[in-house]
Design a protein around this ligand. Sequence first.
Ligand code: ADP
Length: 679
Amino acid sequence: MLNARLRSAKTSSLERERALRASEERFRLLVGGVQDYAIFMLDPTGHVVSWNAGAQRIKGYTADEIIGKHVASFYTPEDVAAHAPERVLKTARREGRVEVEGWRVRKNGSRFIANVVITAIYDDQGALSGFAKVTRDITVRKQAEEALRAGEARLAGIIDSAMDAIITLDGEQRIVVFNDAAEEMFGCRVQDIVGHTIDRFLPPSARPNHAEYIRAFGATGVTNRSMHSPGVLVALRADGTTFPIEASISQVDAAGQKLYTVIIRDVTERKRAEEALTQQTATLKEQAQLLDLAYDAIMVHDLEQGTIALWNRGAEAMYQWTQAEALGKSSHSLLQTQFPIALQEIKAIVAQEGAWEGELIHTRKDGHQVTVSSRWALRPAETDGAMAILEINRDVTERKRAEAERAALLIREQTARAEAEAAVHTRDVFLSIAAHELRTPLTALLGYAYGLQRRAQRQGGVGEREQRGLASITAQATRLNKLIEALLDLSRLQLGRFALDLQPTNLAALTRRVVDEVQSQLELHTIQLEAPQEVQVRGDDLRLEQVLHNLLNNAVKYSPRGGTIQVDVQQGLGRVFLSVTDQGMGIPETELPFVFSQFYRAANVDPRRISGLGIGLYVVHEIVTRHGGTITVESREGQGSRFVVSLPEIDTAAAERSDGDRPAVDNIPNAADEQTTSA
Ligand code: ADP
């Protein structure tokens, strides 16, 4: 129908035809030389009726080749199949103008992206006379645009998936890009920050210099540099906390506008790790120093071979092998270790319990042996998986030697003591036997001497010389008898055969009796006695008499001729006190503590002038103590001595109250722990 209308227009108006031709001519002249645009005309049915240089250049056809061909020649087969050419022309006819972009095909089959503007042309009567079509090859631009879009997307992707914070600032140092990592790192959202300066992410102290730093960087023209600071670079989070960072800055000129991009990495973790490492290194150094400070030999070796991996100064000093000599050697063979049990057993214990302790004998470099107290502990070796032994050895050679010496000494002492005790026992037994054996003939001797003396006195006929001789025999034999009695007492005490026959007794009467007896034998000394009528004690009469005899004899023996001896019996506080005081030579103060010891004789006594055994006071002390009493001495050298015996008094009233079977001795307190004191 369209063709019919055009045909009718042609035939109907020659004038119009001419006008069209003129117009086409003008058009041809105008567009003919245009190179960048394909400009051509289509008749109302879409056939090419004109062709310019641009069309030839873009589409590859010469005018001869294409004029008369349908516009569909330029479309892809797919578009043709979809009736795209007809649809476009229809739209152009309806709308007057249509602009489309799409793939077109050149003569040689290659494709390009075209921007096509089709304008419907009408004659004076308003009838469609054809189409003007202007086509531009926009492939390059499209591809560039496409590439740019892809690039931007890719870049945006990179920026947003980056682990580092990426912040781009414009020429006025205002934030234009703030990626996801930056949001997370600084704790704020991009919308709150775009357009602001970067100052809010710097600690206040860093702010004044920062803008100037960036400006100066801009001026250098250097494209990229890492940012430095005298210390660690620190950034500020929105919540006010700070963290260490590493940052680099780059700059680009975009359309005359400077853009700075700062890439920031949070190095908190790394710094922490670095610090931990530094600290660990320091600790290790310190440990090494400590190891070297120790006097103990410290070594590390593997469990199997004993190969030495650590050897401290203490080990160098103890074994004389230097670290260089020891490392890598087997400790067992280097030190010729002597183990208390099989090494295999030790290994088994260490493997099972993680530790072992014992004594080892090591040989030093110079061949000397060292006894060490050794501690082993299992620990992981430096090399993966393996186990090592930490061995700490303390030199106990000296201690061992000292211990052995002490033990030997102890044994020697014990032996000596046993021997001494045996000797003392033998002596005591001998003493006992000897004394008994001596006493029998001596008693007989004394009996005969007395008998002779008495007969001579009665019958006369014996010269004065013989009389003196007999008296002397009696006196010496009596003295000998006393000595033997003293020795017998001593041996009885030593052998535990010293028995007492304790009975209630009147100590005052006993004292009077002994004093009278002794006084009767004295020519030059006077004994003064002060005693109550009766003082009851529980005692062995003979032994108590022996005590008094001893004290009186000593008082006579150790005081000058003509001296007075004072004897007192007193009672008080449930005790009876019997004291013997002389004005003799006295006892040196420093010797007083030993007066009651066996065989003691004071230093101020000349044994050639005054005979004695040093047994008497010892026996006296024993007797008094066994009576539940005490004996004390006060003395001053050159002035005299006083011996005081204290015995528990029997409460006579209580004794009378009690029935006859009940012995009064019950009232005697146990005085075994009463102290014997010296003045
Ligand atoms: P002996 O008189 O046989 O030496 P004793 O055991 O009786 O032994 O006395 C021990 C020592 O105590 C005496 O040797 C003497 O030195 C000293 N001694 C004892 N009694 C007196 C005293 N009354 N005056 C001075 N010294 C005394």
